[in-house]
Every structure is written in structure tokens, then in C-alpha cells.
Design a protein. Sequence first.
Lengths: 414, 278
Amino acid sequence: MATPLIEFKDVSKRFYDKVVLERVNLQIYEREVTTIIGLSGTGKTVLLKHIIGLHKPDEGTILFRGQPLDKIRRRDLPMSYMFQGNALFDSMTVFENIALPLQETTNLSPAEVRQRVMTRIEQMELADAVGKYPSEISGGMQKRVALARALVTDPQIVLFDEPTTGQDPVRKNAILGMIAQYQRTFGFTAILVSHEIPDVYFISNRILALYGKSIVFQGTPEEFEDFDHPFKEEVVHSLEGLQKELTGLHSRRQFKLRYQGQLRGGALGETYAVAVFSLDGLDAVAANLGHDAAQEAIRSLGVFLGKHFGAIGGFSTRRSLNEYVTVLPTTDRAEADSILGEYVRDFQGQEQAILDIWSSAQKLSASAVCVELAMLAGLAQGRSDEDIDSVIARARREQKVVSRIRCINQGEGR
Amino acid sequence: MTPDPKPGNEAGRQPVRWLTDPFAALGRKAINWVNNLGAATIFLSLGVLRIFRPKQLMKVLEQLYLIGAGSVPIIMLVGLFTGMVLGLQSYHALVKFGSQGALGTLVALSLIRELGPVLTAIMITARAGSAITAEIGSQRISEQIDALGTMRIDPLRYLISPRVAASIISFPLLTAIFDVVGIVGGYISGVLLLGVNAGTYLYRVESSVDMKDVTDGFVKAIVFAVIVTTVCCYQGYFAHMRSDSYGARAIGRSTTAAVVISCVLILIADYIVTSLLI
């Protein structure tokens, strides 16, 4: 494997007589999204502050691209940090807050600074808040100002300390979606501290689990699914219910339990149908109408899936940022086709709610661009003795456009 | 394994600890004081060195406005009444010896050599010094100073150096304003209200004040500027390190400490500088 971007070797830290980190070993790789999870007060923020150099380890070494971090001047570290409490300058306006790092650390002309700041302000949907002070805007907007300030210098590494704290479910997912999108666009390495399990799985390449003052797991979200440790019982299962906040659907664990209980325990050869749903065009919605509008579409789809298929005995889960899986027990392919047809007809009746939200987003962003979102669905039939992942993969391959939502703009029709 | 101490031994140690504890506490305080003095000196030195970095001019001008220009009205008000009281008291003392003609000399020298620099420094401490501590302390508690560090902005350069530079420039200027307004105050009470001859008053002011008196007053003002800025910035910058309080209370206590320590140090430094210059 490549040389880690950041590596902790037996790092320990104590404050007075309280040990916070004990022989922590971890690796963080370049251009990945790495999420540190753990319960409150277990030292996640302290760990993050070691990376940016705000704390020094009492024992052990931190390496940056193989070099000891304490031998590197801070100005040579291409890092930004987004504080849990935002740490905005309360006597400066939103514009001044975002412009500060550019004004103080670069030789850009005032016009260039203004242009760069305004670009970020537009991307973060903060146009209305430019001249306001942090105390005059909502907590969600403050979060976005902090994010804009962290990204304005185009850093190579961005550290996010609980970026979604205090946000509503749609906004939480919008912020995570925003981080994921910017990470893809700008290619920076993102290191997050988060409680938002399982939402962070959807955007993370690697998960680090901090438990009992040490890192007890490092690996991909998929590997974390199979991780057998008291940490999962104490931490993950207590936090997983949060998924319901956004969609009301089963968490992956609940889905797995229900699947095992209902399908694996059934008669040998009993059939069931799996439907895989996703939305195409979300990036365009996020770019033109904002991340909230994109998340609203994801949420609406999830909520409607849960209601529609729940009523006929099906159960659904969110598999990734933009993919839902529904299982229809004791259903064959022909029945599933007919159920899907009914679902699509019902969903088209629900489109207006999404369009209304988009229409308000359009007014806010003053966007003249009309966006189109396509819902894709694929079906596959499985047997109780068959591995569900292979059935899901088959259904994914069968995906085709079943419905389109097109915003109405300047006299255009749907 | 360490054996349990016998009760008899414990009792035996009691009188010794009773005797040594006060000295130990005194020693700890002394070490702490020396540590703080060293840290504040390093803090000031780093702050002064960073004055000459790029992009500092606008920040220095902004602080000049806040510390200097903003303090002009209060300095003029205090200077006027100080001069008037000085004129009034001195007149009644001098008239007993028939020397009321020397009123101009007494008012001018008292103000330029002593009262001007000292009272100006104390007034700026009360007005701007407390604000500096509260502002920097609040920035420290709300992680704004940490945020500067993460943005690769040197907090000492950004927050401390402009204040040090602005104080060094504005203290002597405000002292000069205080002196002039104070002399006008002495004129109002001595000449306009008590009937001292105007020509005599102004002649005595002009003839008795040497350039050395003025420059000594400015030297004191610069020394006080360094003291006040260092103490006020230091107290705010390290508000989070206080062992007696946290958060908003730490800012309050730091602000109080900054004003008290500054005032005490101004008076101590005044004696030392006077004895060196005289």
C-alpha cells in the first residue's frame, strides 16, 4: 500500500492526570475521505487537533508523508480545519471571515480575493448573508461559512470536526453530500470526526473507530460491517437509528436482521424480489439548486419507498448516498413488475412536493437553469438460499429510467 | 511495597509541615511569578519582532484609531479637570507665600513630568487596555485564536504586534494632548477664576519647561505603553490557562487582573524611570 499521508505511531496524550489517547496507531491515505467515529468525549477532537498541530503528543510520533510532523513548519502544511463550534470571527462579516485566510496568507489582489470568496459564497448558498455578522445568521449558515472558510484556500487536506452537529436531518446529509462532492471535485484529503452513523459510511473511503482511548478498527465501511467488537454494540448500534431521521427506513443492520429472519428462515427455494432504486442527475440538482434540494429529493424518495412498500409487506434500506434497496418477500418477478408499475404511477403523483421545494430553492439561488432528475429502478428475483448481495447486483444491472422529474422554469413544462 | 505510615510518624511531621508550608507556598508563588515574567517578556519580544512583517500597516492604523483616536475625548476631559484642580490647589498653597506668579511653573512641570504620562497611561488602561484583554480573551475562549493558527496566520503577528505598535505611537501623543489640555485647565482655574495674571502664567509655563522635561515625559509614556500592552494582551491571550476560572468568568478575571497589574506596574515603573532620568 502507498505511504500514508498521516501516520500515528504509539501516540499518547494526557491532560493533567487524565489519559485521553493511549498508544494510538493509525494511517490516513491521500485523496480519501477518512472518518473517525466514537462516542462523545472519547478524544476524537483531541486526535484531530494533533494532526493540525494544535496539540502535541506526550509520547509517540506523528508522521506526515513519512516526515515527523513536529519537524515541519505549520505554514508548510497544506491543511484547513473546520471547528466543531465553527470558530468564526464574531466581529467580522461573513465575507470578511471567508476572505481572511486569503488576505493574510496570499498575495492575491483585492479583486481576486473578492472573486474567489464570492465563488465560495455562491457554492455554499450564502449570498444573502454576505454582509451579515455570524450572530445574525442561523447555526446552519454559520456551519456553511466555516466550511467556505476552510475550503477557500483550496487546501490539500481538510479536517472536519463534527461538521453536521446541530443540523436537521436534511441539512446534515446536505453537508455530508457537499463534503463528498467537493472532495471529488477538488481532490483533497478529508478527515472527519462524526457521530452521523451510518450517513458517514456513504461518503467515507475509510473508517477509524476510536474506543477506549485507542483505535480499534481501521478499514473500509464494508469491512466495518463485519467487524466484531464491543465497540459496535456500544457505539454503532446506539447511533445507527439516526438513519430514520432522514428517510424513516431501516438501517442496514435492521435490514439485515429482517432479511435473515424473514427470508433466510423461509422454505428452501422460496422466492422474493429485490428492487434497486437510484436517482440520476443529483449532482446537477446540487450544483444548480443547492445541496438541500438534492437531499430533499433523496429524502422524498426514501420516505415514499418506505410508505409504499411497507404497506404491502416490503422493507427497504438506503445502501449508499443515492441508492435504495427494497425487498418484497414471497413475490415473483411478474408480481414485482406489476408492483413497480403501481409504485411509479403513485410516485408521479408525489412529484409536486419535490417540485415545490425546488421552486423555492430556485428563487433563493436565482438560478435560471432547469434541472432534470431521473429515477432508475431495477428488479431481480432471488431465492431464500441465495446471497442477497448477488441478487442486489443483478437488480442493479437491470436498472432503467422509470420516471423523470423536470423543474418548471420560465414557461417550460414538465 | 511502601509500608503504611505509622500514626506517630504522621503526627511527628505535622509541626514541621506547619512551619514549612507557608514558605513552600511563597516559593511556588515566586516561581510562578518569575515564570510569568519570563513568558511575558518572550511574548512581548515576539510581538515587537512581528511588527515589521508585511501587511501590518492597516492593522496598526486600525489599532491607532481604537487605542489612540478613540481615547482623545476622555484624555482631554481628564486632562482639563486635572489641570483645573492642580491650578486651584496650587494657587491656594502658593498664595500663602505670595508666590502665585509661579502657578504656571508648578502646573506645567507637574503635568509634563509626572501627572501627564501616569494619568494618561492609567486612563488608556481603563479604556483600551481592558477592551484589549476582553477582546483577545473572548477570541481565545471561542477558539478564534486556534482558528488563526489552523489558517496559517500567526496569532502574535495578527493580534498582538499591531496593538504593541499602536500603543507605542499613541501613548506619547495622548500624553502630549493631556499635558496641553491640563495647562489650559490650570489657566482656566488660575487665571480666569482666581485672577492670576495671564501673561505671568503663560511666561512661567514657557520659561520653566525644558525640552528634557518633555522628552522624559515621552520616555515614560513609551515605557508605560509597553507595560500596558504586554500585560493586557498577555492576560487575554492566556485567559484559557487560568487555574481559577474558565470561560466567560476567566475573561472577566483576566480583564480585572490586566487593569490592576497594569496600574500597579505603571506606578512602580514611574518611580524607577524617574530615578533613572532625574
